[in-house]
Design a protein around this ligand. Sequence first.
Ligand SMILES: *Cc1c(COP(=O)(O)O)cnc(C)c1O
Length: 295
Amino acid sequence: MNIDLEIFSPIHQVTNPLFDVHGVKVYLKRDDLIHPMISGNKWRKLKYLLKAAQHQHKNHLVTFGGAYSNHLLATAAAAASFGFKATGIVRGEEVDNNTLFLCKLHGMQLQFTDRESYRDKPALFTKYFGADENAFFIDEGGSSAEGVQGCSELVDELTDTYDHIFCACGTGTTAAGIINGLTKHQYQTKFNAVPVFKNGGFIKDEIDKFLIPPVNYDLHIDYHFGGYGKATDELVIFVKQFVAATGIVIEPVYTGKMMYALYDLIGKGYFKPGSKILAIHSGGIWGLLGMKDRF
Ligand SMILES: *Cc1c(COP(=O)(O)O)cnc(C)c1O
């Protein structure tokens, strides 16, 4: 089977009186529209991993994630779409939630594991699937050179140039891919990474190890709102207002933090008047279902 999705990721302008005051234009690349389940950057990260699995004649994808992982769901849906079996090794005691329901709906087998064992993913893979010659290891979040390669293709799709690109960061794979893509096209665009967890400075090492050649970019580490999966009321209110004002759904775990950072920096006069800014909507809107009680 040919492993590919037709990419539908248009660029939509977002307007706000704040942008006029500061003389900036803001656009959103709608990677959330690529697929309802294999959403956004998760498809870009999986594409070459699935091709590698196919090339090695391995038809069983084994991957890792927390109980709310967008990557687990994307892998489950991609596996179902392209004829693979899938196992998700889930961090923590057995639970049930909307994300895991959707994983199971797509036929993914779930294997819960304690937090201590979860740290050593290759050991877990060997323990459970060492004897399965069809098993193919995919790291948590799809972090890999293949993932970086897939994410760099986002830049190939651009038909316009921008002064800044903004992107939420978990593993940094998406950021590294986009930066490599900008380098390849010799764009002068400044990349802005917004880590979604506390002490996000370490993400620099994760991004830099994939960069060919090394490049300078900006890291905005003060928009974690308490840490991964955490949100303040201020962030939740921002997300609600953004969705109601634009009709574009974002959520508090990734894209909400990234957009909050962008709006905050615009308000602080961070950008030169005349700047064109492209924010990446990296998908993941099902994350909202795990945070309903905050809204
Ligand atoms: C997984 C995810 C990210 C983080 O991507 P990395 O490549 O791990 O940095 C960003 N946004 C959304 C919506 C995600 O689901």
